[in-house]
Design a protein around this ligand. Structure first.
Ligand code: AVI
Length: 320
């Protein structure tokens, strides 16, 4: 089920209380316990992710920003000006805002699961760019992409930076991209940033930083789950694990129980043995050819690719 809400009217999470707990119950009850990575992004989680992007170990944000800086004009040429810029997972809107002077969008639509966070960012952005028509959408676009009529249908340019595609499994990514391609309409396109496979040591450090910000980001999901589910996870009983699984081609984040514990929630609960893990995120790292293959299997035509010579990362423009 898809829940769409315009943030201006909202002061509650828009994730529809009817389906959120059942998804969480299923994940926590599974043999390999799991929590969907979307639950990492409550208001604090979004702020912690913002801090991760500043860390020296977390290269994707810096690398991608460098590509936008070095190739901005070519990127704008490929995308054209005056588009309907739809920013998926907009967060603090900083990445899209940096492109406004080049892309000069006719409309900017900031989509994020964390409504509170994105609407605050948009309020600040409206002051800087009063001539751009802007709207915020609180939307869990991982499960559907029904845009309201207020979003212009012409010249849609979906913007999906930061390698968020890596948080889907490849089959899920294909389903998601196919849905995006349909949402583009006949004259739409996609501008996407995809992280590429690299040295295990670099990846391990990026997802388990020395300051412990990624650990806090991961552990915070349990506080969010406690609020959503009424459970009694004690974050002091868990430790963060983030490492590259080379065979699977992905970084995995887990929470590992430090000791045996019983966790309760209304109507149920679960015992966790010491060392047992809850899987909280995958972050797939593609080879460039595989990333392009994925786009093409989803009906897109990759027209331009920009990379960084020192750190494998690709920004791709793909026509619908
Ligand atoms: C949002 N997403 C692309 C980030 C990533 O790199 O997979 C989330 C993240 N998880 C840990 N650090 C950052």
């Amino acid at each position: 089920m898809l829940t769409t809400c315009t943030t201006e009217k909202l002061d509650v999470p828009c994730t529809g209380s009817a389906h959120v707990p059942s998804e969480l119950f299923d994940g926590l009850g599974a043999r390999q316990a799991a929590i969907s990575p979307k639950f990492l992004y409550d208001a604090l989680g979004s702020k912690l992710f913002e801090a991760i992007c500043e860390l020296p170990e977390y290269y994707p944000t810096r690398t991608e920003a460098g590509i936008f800086e070095r190739h901005g004009r070519e990127i704008a040429h490929a995308c054209g000006i005056g588009s309907t810029l739809i920013d998926l997972g907009a967060g603090n809107c900083a990445k899209a805002a940096a492109l406004f002077p080049l892309l000069r969008p006719a409309q900017y639509v900031a989509v994020d699961i964390s409504t509170e966070f994105v609407s605050e960012a948009l309020a600040r952005l409206r002051l800087r760019f009063p001539h751009i028509d802007m709207q915020a959408l609180g939307l869990d676009f991982s499960s559907g992409l029904e845009l309201p009529e207020s979003v212009r249908a012409e010249r849609r340019l979906f913007f999906y930076p930061g390698s968020s595609l890596g948080n889907f499994t490849p089959p899920e990514a294909r389903v998601f991209l196919t849905r995006l391609r349909r949402g583009c309409g006949p004259d739409g396109a996609l501008l996407i940033g995809i992280d590429l496979a690299k040295d295990k040591a670099i990846l391990d450090a990026a997802y388990d930083d020395a300051l412990g910000v990624t650990a806090a980001f991961n552990l915070n999901v349990l506080r969010h789950v406690n609020r959503l589910l009424g459970s009694d996870f004690d974050i002091r009983n868990w430790r963060h694990v983030g490492l590259y699984n080379e065979a699977a081609g992905r970084v995995e984040m887990h929470l590992e129980a430090k000791r045996f514990q019983s966790v309760r929630w209304p109507g149920g609960g679960r015992d966790f043995a010491a060392g047992e893990r809850i899987h909280t995120e995958n972050s797939y790292k593609y080879r460039q050819a595989d990333a392009i293959g994925l786009l093409e299997q989803s009906g897109f035509e990759a027209t331009r690719v920009w990379t960084d010579p020192r750190c494998p990362f690709a920004v791709i423009h793909a026509q619908a």
